[in-house]
Design a protein around this ligand. Structure first.
Ligand SMILES: NC(=O)c1ccc[n+]([C@@H]2O[C@H](COP(=O)([O-])OP(=O)(O)OC[C@H]3O[C@@H](n4cnc5c(N)ncnc54)[C@H](O)[C@@H]3O)[C@@H](O)[C@H]2O)c1
Length: 305
């Protein structure tokens, strides 16, 4: 992850200094980064100019030297709380004025903020693989994080073409919580013999997953109709149990007649004009995605064992 993020920062024109656990590992990391950037340039995914900036990424013998005088420290050591404590402690001693972020996927941000001298300048910044191409980044403030720091991080990420979302410090934050809920049901479908892994993958990517590059679950539900969702959830609960109980937030909206775009409001609110625009834009985007998928080579890797 560290290398992918370094590539993003450098390609966007930032001065970047890399440090791994030892000088030898740092040298190897730099070699990998250069190979990766050249590969991306050869594949036409990165301009020669941007690749040149990645090749110019600097290295330092240790973390303390790397962060000396920088504005932003991006920590991406393995997911081990002891190692995070050691690394964040050393960064905060050497980079007294820097904002410090951790790419942790699962460790509580509040706990990590306790390892930083001056926790107001610390924040979670959770990227997704592959970081060069995945636009979304979760920004997770700790209780102590200064609001102004959160604002600067959001602006910074937008300025390099990312799509940040500020989320709370709960288990798995938002993305891993939702992604794992989906994964658990996918595995259960296979375990119960409903479909093979390949069939589940096809259903997810080609049915409802097809919409997800454009709309999140709330807009999708608003367009489908919240009353429809409530009815479906009641059937699912009957067959699969309490975990499919329709949440109060959904039942309340349906009771108030806020059933989604068709009634002008669901989880979100829509004027007549906005609704027409949304549905037209939805159709345009779905058609464009179908065209793109036709033009791209198929990814048929993986078969039944
Ligand atoms: N792999 C993913 O898809 C993914 C996605 C999002 C977030 N993350 C998070 O990013 C962080 C890194 O994950 P990863 O998958 O890139 O791990 P990784 O093991 O691939 O890379 C970690 C790097 O840290 C280096 N390192 C170890 N000790 C160090 C030290 N003391 N000082 C400096 N460098 C040190 C390792 O040599 C290695 O190069 C974790 O917190 C992880 O949860 C990972």
């Amino acid at each position: 992850m560290g290398l992918g993020v370094a590539e993003c920062f450098a390609a966007a024109g930032m001065r970047v200094v890399l440090a791994d656990a030892t000088p030898e590992l740092t040298r190897q990391a730099k070699d990998r980064l250069v190979r990766r950037a050249r590969g991306h340039a050869e594949a036409g995914l990165l301009s020669d100019e941007a690749a040149g900036r990645v090749v110019a990424v600097e290295t330092a013998d240790d973390v303390a030297a790397a962060v000396d005088g920088v504005e932003l420290v991006f920590e991406a050591v393995p997911e081990d709380i002891g190692l995070k404590e050691e690394t964040l402690g050393s960064c905060s001693e050497s980079a007294r004025d820097a904002v410090i972020v951790s790419n942790t996927s699962s460790l509580p941000i509040n706990d990590l903020s306790g390892f930083v001298d001056g926790p107001g300048r610390f924040c979670g910044m959770h990227w997704f693989n592959p970081p060069e191409w995945t636009p979304g980044v979760e920004v997770i403030p700790a209780a102590a994080t200064e609001e102004e720091v959160v604002g600067r991080l959001v602006e910074f990420l937008r300025s390099i073409g990312k799509r940040p979302a500020v989320v709370g410090d709960g288990p798995g934050f938002v993305a891993n919580r939702i992604q794992n809920a989906l994964f658990l049901e996918a595995v259960r479908c296979v375990e119960e013999g409903l479909a093979s892994p390949q069939e589940v993958d096809e259903v997810v990517r080609s049915c409802f997953g097809f919409r997800l590059p454009f709309f999140g679950p709330f807009q999708v539900a608003d367009m489908a109709g919240l009353d429809v969702y409530e009815n479906v959830l009641d059937v699912l609960k009957g067959g699969l149990g309490e975990r499919f109980e329709a949440p109060d937030a959904l039942r309340d909206l349906v009771e108030k007649g806020r059933t989604g775009t068709k009634s002008g409001a669901g989880f979100l609110q829509y004027t007549d004009e906005e609704r027409e625009q949304l549905l037209l834009e939805r159709d345009r985007r779905y058609a464009a995605l179908n065209e793109l998928l036709k033009d791209l080579p198929p990814v048929d890797a993986g078969s039944a064992p």
